[in-house]
Design a protein around this ligand. Sequence first.
Ligand code: C2E
Ligand code: MG
Ligand code: MG
Length: 404
Amino acid sequence: MDGHGDHPLMLHDIKDGLEGDEFIFHYQPKISFMTGRIIGAESLLRWRRGSTFIQPGAFIPLAEKTGFITVITERMLPKFIADVTIDDEHLRDLSFAFNISSHDLRVPGFRSQVEEIFGSGRLGEGKIIFEMTESTLVDMSYQSIQMMHDLHKMGVRLSLDDFGTGYSSLEVLSTFPFSSLKLDKSLVNHMCAGNQVTVGKGNKIVNSNIRMAQRLGMRVVAEGIEDSCTYKKLLYSGCHQGQGFYMSRPLPLDELIALVRSGKRWEGKPIGLVYQAQVDHIQWRKDMMELFYHLRNNDIPEGIEEDQEFKEMLGDHTECNLGRWYYSDGRDYLDYKAYREIEAYHKELHETGRSLLGRVIADRFDDQLFGLLERLNALSGEMIRLLQDLENDVHRSTAVAGPA
Ligand code: C2E
Ligand code: MG
Ligand code: MG
């Protein structure tokens, strides 16, 4: 039985439910680990039958299997948009996620529907996120992938849901325009629960996945956070946002609004991204030196011009991983002296790196080249020192970042 009277749910039950307007959304808040505040929410379908709610686990799998999910999406997307655009100042700055299925991308009507909703640009960029489960991404057609790119152009952000439950191939991570990745609860749950060995490994797996996503320029959301131990660990991990019963269960829209209005805050410590910035810098220097020695030995890897890391080496200080952090999330540290000092060193670091590579390409192994190498290392040392000063200052200040 699937939580519905005394017979298992059939497709015609779902159709009747949809006709009878029995589906609504509950919204589960997403918390920013930087501020501890609610910065968005995920819509989750609930089927209201009398006084009970049927959970998606009881009908989504059947809807997915039969393709009926596309009818549900078509009917529920306008309801979702109506919910999240109601005129309430507390919702204005939040982003909202809607779960779609890869079946949806194949339906011509879906394209016209989203074009109508998003084409005008009325909903700001990033206001709406479409979440897609990784296991549904196999056998995507060219048209479906194109559709994902078109959604991105319309300002919809895509999120790879349930990461860690399937096998996210290189193709999924590199071809599809996902802006964020949601770590599945089965991974997150292992950060605190279990024996010493599984907990230790669970933490390493979660942290490596966060690092991987960061390197790919994706934001990371951890789902299924059920206790304060997991929450605290994630604060330091470089994960951007969290979602889970520990903070809040999915709520009816009016309760979500009341929660946002109450100003409720959880712990926030924008320290994880400072650690990631340190690793980003070490990684950048390692890549730079690797390239330097390759070029010096005339041992240039094939196709290097197309390599993202190579491009980052030649780009300026706003284009590398650290630069992207600095000019986006990093802005929260503007009141810290160490943060402000980073910019000039970082800019010079990239200029020095470019000059260095230019000289080695031109085969000029002279004193100037070795001078540049020394300068690069001195700047690199300064960068690490400043990032560590920033780390200490952020730690010293309260959970809510204040000036150093
Ligand atoms: P999902 O998109 O991964 O959503 C997260 C699920 O985890 C939700 O289950 C949520 O209630 C649950 N959850 C959140 N925090 C915790 C926690 O701390 N611990 C545990 N154990 N669970 C937590 P829910 O609402 O039952 O939804 C299940 C799945 O059904 C969703 O997984 C999504 O794949 C699908 N779904 C839900 N709504 C829709 C929809 O509107 N359209 C489509 N296509 N799929 C939907
Ligand atoms: Mg989801
Ligand atoms: Mg999920």
